[in-house]
Design a protein around this ligand. Structure first.
Ligand SMILES: CCC[C@H](NC(C)=O)C(=O)O
Ligand SMILES: NC(=O)OP(=O)(O)O
Length: 320
C-alpha cells in the first residue's frame, strides 16, 4: 500500500476490517515489523485522536514517530507552481515534502479545506503535490474531501457492535455554528456505499435541503431530507455536521429540529450513536445521548488505533 487516501485504496472493506480486528485482538504480534522505520505525521490543522492514535499504532509496530505542526512550527508553505515567492510564503511544498521524505519512511498529512473555492479544495492539489514530491507512502490524516482513517474506524466499530448481518446505518446531518468541511461525511459515505455493495450495511443519508453531498461519494445511498423518517429502524446513527457543498462553505439556518436527543433516538431500533469527535455538546449532539447507554463515541475513538495500525502494517509490508 503506497497511499491511503480513499476507499479506493483498499480492495475489500470486509478484508481490511477483518485484518484490523485481528490486530486489535493481538496488538503486539508485529512489534518488530516497523523496527528502524520512521513515521512522520504532518499537521496543518489541530488534532487529538488522529495524532495520538496514529502514534500509538506506529509504536505497536515498533516504528519511530516524528510529529510536525506545520501551521505552528514550519515555514509558511507555497503550494502554487511557477510563482515568484516574493510574498509571505517562505518554502515551497516541493522542497518541504521532499526533505520530509528524506527523514521518514512513511508520511501522514492533515490539511483541511479553506472552504472558499470548491474546485480548488476538491482538486486536492496540496495533497497530490505532497504525495508526488515526498517520494514515500502517504496516509491521509484528513484531507479537504476525505478522512479515510476515521471512516475505516467507523466501519470497524459498526462491524464490532452490529447484532444483525446488515444493520441500517444512518448518516445524520447535525446543527453547528461554524462552517465545517464535508470531508468526514464524504468519506463515511464512500466507505458505507462500498460496505453496502459488500453486503455489510444498509446505508441512508439524512440532511436538510441544501446540504446534499457530492454524488462522487454517495452512489447507492438512500438520501432523505426527513430525519424522523430516516431514523425509523436505524441500528446505527452517525451524527456529523457539514457545511453546504452546493453553496460551497455556506451555513444555512435550519428550522426543524436536527439535534439527536433521546426523543429522536426513540424513533430508532435502539440505535447505537456514533460521532468522529470533537463534538459540541447540546449543539451537534445532545449530552443526554452522549452520556447515555447508546453512545459508542469513546469506543469508536479507541478503534482509531486499529485502523491506523492495519494501514501502517500494509505500508510497511510494501516497503520490504
Ligand atoms: C475529525 C473532524 C475534524 C473537523 N472538525 C472540526 C471541528 O473542524 C471536521 O469536521 O472535518
Ligand atoms: N476524529 C478525529 O480525527 O479527531 P481529531 O481531529 O482530534 O484527530
Amino acid at each position: 500500500m503506497k497511499k491511503f487516501f480513499s476507499v479506493k485504496d483498499v480492495a475489500s472493506v470486509s478484508e481490511i476490517v477483518k485484518e484490523a480486528m485481528e490486530l486489535k485482538a493481538n496488538p503486539n504480534t508485529l512489534e518488530s515489523l516497523g523496527k528502524y522505520k520512521t513515521l512522520g505525521l504532518v499537521f496543518l490543522n489541530p488534532s487529538l485522536r488522529t495524532r495520538l492514535s496514529t502514534q500509538k499504532a506506529a509504536m505497536n509496530l515498533g516504528m519511530n514517530v516524528m510529529v510536525m505542526n506545520m501551521d505552528k512550527d514550519g515555514w509558511a508553505l507555497e503550494t502554487q507552481d511557477g510563482v515568484v515567492m516574493n510574498g509571505t510564503t517562505v518554502e515551497h511544498i516541493r522542497e518541504a515534502a521532499a526533505v520530509m521524505g528524506e527523514y521518514c519512511d512513511i508520511l501522514g498529512l492533515r490539511s483541511f479545506p479553506k472552504l472558499k473555492n470548491r474546485d480548488e479544495d476538491y482538486s486536492e492539489d496540496l495533497f497530490n503535490k505532497f504525495i508526488e514530491y515526498c517520494g514515500v507512502p502517504v496516509v491521509s490524516l484528513e484531507s479537504a474531501t476525505r478522512h479515510p482513517l476515521q471512516s475505516l474506524t467507523d466501519i470497524i466499530t459498526i462491524s464490532e457492535y452490529k447484532v444483525t448481518e446488515k444493520p441500517k446505518v444512518v448518516l445524520a446531518w447535525a446543527p453547528h455554528v461554524k462552517a465545517l468541511p464535508q470531508a468526514v461525511p464524504n468519506s463515511f459515505s464512500e466507505w458505507m456505499c462500498q460496505a453496502q455493495v459488500e453486503g455489510l450495511v444498509d446505508f441512508t443519508i439524512a440532511h436538510p435541503e441544501g446540504y446534499q453531498l457530492s454524488e462522487e461519494f454517495t452512489e447507492g445511498a438512500k438520501i432523505s431530507n426527513d430525519l424522523d423518517q430516516s431514523l425509523k429502524n436505524a441500528d446505527f446513527v452517525y451524527v456529523k455536521n457539514w457545511s453546504s457543498y452546493e453553496e460551497y462553505g455556506e451555513v444555512y439556518p435550519v428550522i426543524e429540529n436536527w439535534l439527536i436527543d433521546n426523543e429522536k433516538l426513540a424513533l430508532t431500533n435502539d440505535a447505537k450513536v456514533m460521532h468522529c469527535l470533537p463534538v459540541r455538546r447540546d449543539l451537534e449532539l445532545s449530552a443526554e445521548v452522549l452520556d447515555g447507554p447508546n453512545s459508542l463515541v469513546i469506543k469508536e475513538a479507541g478503534n482509531r488505533v486499529w485502523a491506523a495500525q492495519v494501514v501502517l502494517k500494509r505500508m510497511l509490508e510494501s516497503l520490504e
